[in-house]
Design a protein around this ligand. Structure first.
Ligand code: ZN
Length: 449
């Protein structure tokens, strides 16, 4: 009897030990080979029980992984395509060719990546200037299978900030800037699952600015963020870059909003007044301005709709601090009341934090923000008063000595996998996490390489 008890006790200790090993061998990241600033924009999609995600990996190449929700199994990461950038050790990390991902109606997975405006070696850029890299399109060889890929030559090579939007009928829109700073922003549309695309169609125009003088050449330049709006609309939050020469810096101002009715193939401002394409600086100022930020510098945020279909827009704003991109910027929230744009001070949000926004059916505004200071976290911030005040609610991830960079929400997201997050401790240690309502999806440590 005594012996049996003893054996049982030892057995319990063993069980505990195994459990401990299992706990410590699980990690909150699924890959540790991310590189630079690995995520931006529309990086993933939930499709038929699987979440597909993409990010920038070693040598700035395009990587992909998939999570099967029912079996709770990860697949990948796999390299999906090779960038022309990231191979020359004398250049700094470019970070402009991060991948965007979409799944077409037949289950094939598409990624576009690798562009920072292209080079003269790729031919004449009719809609802008050059910088580096080549915008590439790769497609999975088989549906639902991320293990093998082929490159297809059916989009312009002069893209950067590439972003796929998929409409409910399966039409694909690929948005990007058609070159370096002084280039039009364009889209190419595909109605046949990415087999063919239209020629690039210009949305907004780069041209010599009316602010130019004899001593200073200034070009109108832009940063646009696209997301799916109501029904067949695509909504756009954007800002203006004062592209100066010969001495150049990152001066950007103001907040703008417009939308694209893809059914009518027409563009409108918030009052449903029709816009003429490509939009010029003059037209943007008169028709689409959310906020003139004056001397304050901005980084572009996003637009989302509330339950009444009114847009809310985020922007990151701060005073010029003598730095190339101005200085620390903090999220500012704007919303359309039906009559005019309202703004808030947003003093309670953490300096430098960036991320996503959704407005739920109670018109509660929820920001999911990644802290860009060290020892940061990823947390939900909630406002019940139209953005006048925000309260920190749930912390989903925390980092010792790390900061967080967030993608946009995953298309058609499963509650367990809403956003892709990079945890970054310098350029050497960057981990990729897939976050849902209750926190990260775990993976065994040996597989999360
Ligand atoms: Zn510029």
């Amino acid at each position: 009897m005594k012996n049996i008890k003893h054996v049982g006790f030892v057995f319990l200790i063993l069980l505990n030990l195994i459990a401990c090993t299992q706990n410590t061998s699980k990690t909150d990241y699924f890959a540790s080979n991310a590189f630079g600033n690995p995520v931006t924009g529309n990086v993933g999609e939930y499709y038929n029980g699987v979440t597909y995600v993409s990010y920038q990996g070693p040598l700035e190449d395009a990587y992909v992984a998939a999570y099967h929700h029912q079996t709770k199994k990860w697949v990948g990461p796999f390299k999906a395509g090779t960038s022309l950038m990231g191979k020359d050790p004398s250049r700094k990390i470019d970070n402009h060719g991060k991948p965007t991902l979409v799944v077409d109606k037949n289950g094939y997975i598409h990624m576009v990546f690798g562009g920072h405006g292209g080079t003269k070696a790729l031919g004449k850029n009719p809609l802008g200037n050059y910088h580096y890299g080549k915008q590439k399109h790769v497609v999975s060889k088989k549906p639902y299978d991320i293990s093998s890929w082929q490159e297809v030559d059916n989009i312009s090579p002069f893209g950067t900030y590439s972003r796929f939007i998929k409409m409910d009928n399966g039409d694909l829109y690929l948005f990007y800037r058609h070159g370096a700073h002084t280039s039009n922003w364009v889209y190419q549309k595909s109605v046949d699952n990415g087999l063919t695309f239209t020629q690039p169609i210009s949305i907004i125009k780069t041209k010599k600015s009316k602010l130019s003088s004899e001593s200073q050449n200034i070009q109108d330049s832009w940063y646009l963020h696209f997301s799916k709006g109501k029904n067949n609309d695509i909504i756009v939050a954007y800002n203006y870059h004062v592209c100066k020469g010969p001495k150049h810096d990152g001066e950007r101002h103001h907040v703008y909003y417009m939308k694209f009715d893809t059914n009518k193939n027409e563009w409108y401002n918030v009052k449903n007044e029709k816009l003429m394409l490509p939009v010029t600086k003059e037209q943007a100022d008169i028709m689409t301005l959310v906020k003139n930020t004056g001397e304050r510098w901005t980084h572009n945020g996003i637009a989302r709709l509330d339950k009444n279909g009114n847009p809310h827009v985020t922007s990151y704003e701060g005073d010029y601090e003598g730095k190339i991109h101005g200085g620390v910027k903090t999220l500012q929230h704007y919303y359309w009341t039906g009559q005019d744009w309202k703004s808030n001070q947003n003093n309670d949000l953490p300096e430098g934090a960036r991320g996503e926004m959704l407005i739920n059916t109670n018109n509660q505004i929820k920001l999911l923000l990644g802290d860009t200071t060290n020892n940061g976290d990823v947390a939900w911030w909630i406002s019940n008063d139209n953005g006048n005040s925000f309260t920190k609610e749930t912390i989903l991830l925390k980092s010792k000595k790390g900061k967080f960079l967030l993608s946009n929400f995953i298309r058609n997201a499963h509650p367990d996998a809403q956003i892709l997050v990079a945890e970054k401790k310098g350029n050497e240690d960057i981990k990729m996490c897939l976050l849902g309502e209750n926190g990260p999806i775990y993976r065994s440590k040996k597989d999360a390489k």
